[in-house]
Ligand binder design. Sequence first.
Ligand code: ADP
Length: 591
Amino acid sequence: MRRPDLCSSTPSQALGSLRTTTPACTLNIPSEANHTEQPPAGLGARLQEAGVSIAPWQGLPTWRKRWKRKPHLMAEDEPSGALLKPLIFRVDETTPAVVQSVLLERGWNKFDKQEQNTEDWNLYWRTSSFRMAEHINVKPWQQLNYHPGTTKLTRKDCLAKHLKHMRRMYGTSLYQFIPLTFVMPNDYTKFVAEYFQERQMLGTKRSYWICKPADLSRGRGILIFSDFKDFIFDDMYIVQKYISNTLLIGRYKCDLRIYVCVTGFKPLTIYVYQEGLVRFATEKFDLSNLQNNYAHLTNSSINKSGASYEKIKEVIGRGCKWTLSRFFSYLRSWDVDDLLLWKKIHHMVILTILAIAPSVPFAANCFELFGFDILIDDNLKPWLLEVNYSPALTLDCSTDVLVKRKLVHDIIDLIYLNGLRNEGREASNATHGNSNDAAKSDRGGLDAHDCLPYDSLSFTSRMYNEDDSVVEKAVSVHPEVAPASQLEGEMSGQDFRLSTREMPQSKPKLQSRHTPHKTLMPYASLFQSHSCKKKTSPRVLSDHGKAPDPQAGNFVLVFPFNEATLGASRNGLNVKRIIQELQKLMNKQHS
Ligand code: ADP
């Protein structure tokens, strides 16, 4: 999506601007003005003549007849007095500051209950979920930043139960990405049996377990133990196999924070963000001291208060975070197949969300950002640790600024794209101005708006055959990137196991698996925004057009991933069919 041209002079440009209006079009609206939920018939009809439909939620709760200063944004042939007005966001004291600043930067206004009617807002973003009544009463022009009923995913005990159920239904091999988990107190005897059986098998070797409160976050209340006598738990705890063969970088443990946005459960639509965070422990990994949280927990809330946080640490440097793209490029420098890892993460995300999707009640006009915490072991196998509700958007360091500001921008682009898509034709072609360039460059680093490397991902049967994945297509459109098929060939039969738990400190003398010119880049959009000149608007389909948009900023559609899964997610979710399709894809990709 492009920035709008503020001086839009055609109706369609005006609508385009509405999507990302800037403060220049702010109007002072008299409070006594009449409120209607639709634009005046004159402009509405003209917009439609121009091939543009107006999304009902899109933010015209009020059309005003008077204004105090001449607006910059007005359809040129509109009867004087009809105006477009900036979108309005609503917050509470818990709303992250970065959300507010990004929305203001995009030209949104903050809801003020003294000045505005209670329903005059377009987006309500807060860090606590909404009551069902709030979902039911949402207006067509409004969006809420949570779906109802998703705690099934974000409470550790519920997640474990749902994934266990899926494992029973669809086989252990698909759902082997969650560490063996016992929910206390119900599974206590099962855990004790497992513990002692394993002890017997291992002989003198130790086994490791982690005990976590089911509904706490930020590493609070966590205990790691090896000896049964150290095991203490309360109600609402889970005990989980501790992944002790974790991938180490510079001898530090790390995990990945992957951002996932579900723009709808009915039909199910899942996007994965191509940038993210890698969170490091700030003291060296050491299994002989399980009490040292700075060595075993990667939560930044813990590590930022550690003595080593500011120190320049071996390989990882200062602080406790990398961007995901830095991590993947680090892996590539060791000749690791990062694309395969990335695909596995996509599959894990889909399989996890499928576990709860059928039971999420329908609610219109909402989306939700989840934070998937994923640990990689020294076999390069990803493990799901938990799914975070309302992942932290605080800006603690420059890496946070780089990732999270753009993340919020891209979420806004994504929900707009989806809203417009539902309503009709090529509205997104409306305007391609760049009046907001300054804001854009301030978003931190790489900006995929300038380049849509996933253009060819447009979801059509013509190009999207049943076995293709989004990532494969993404890769194949870049000359710099190895075609997936070639990659599959190159990778087939390889043993991904790293010989040591730790990445070696000096570059290993491995035979290169692909030439430098064919570097694998699952994050193509992040790296090529400046070199790629091709500009194509995102596809916007009609209601009959079925397919969700393939990309918004760094969000890439991972579900539905082909025509079959698209069909299986409409008119009720056919989980069995979807799992079959996913299985086929995984067999192909992982073979
Ligand atoms: P919280 O919600 O408190 O952050 P997590 O499940 O994310 O709980 O665990 C916190 C940290 O503990 C993780 O970021 C990771 O570093 C570590 N951890 C959690 N579970 C495991 C596990 N099964 N194996 C290894 N490390 C783990």
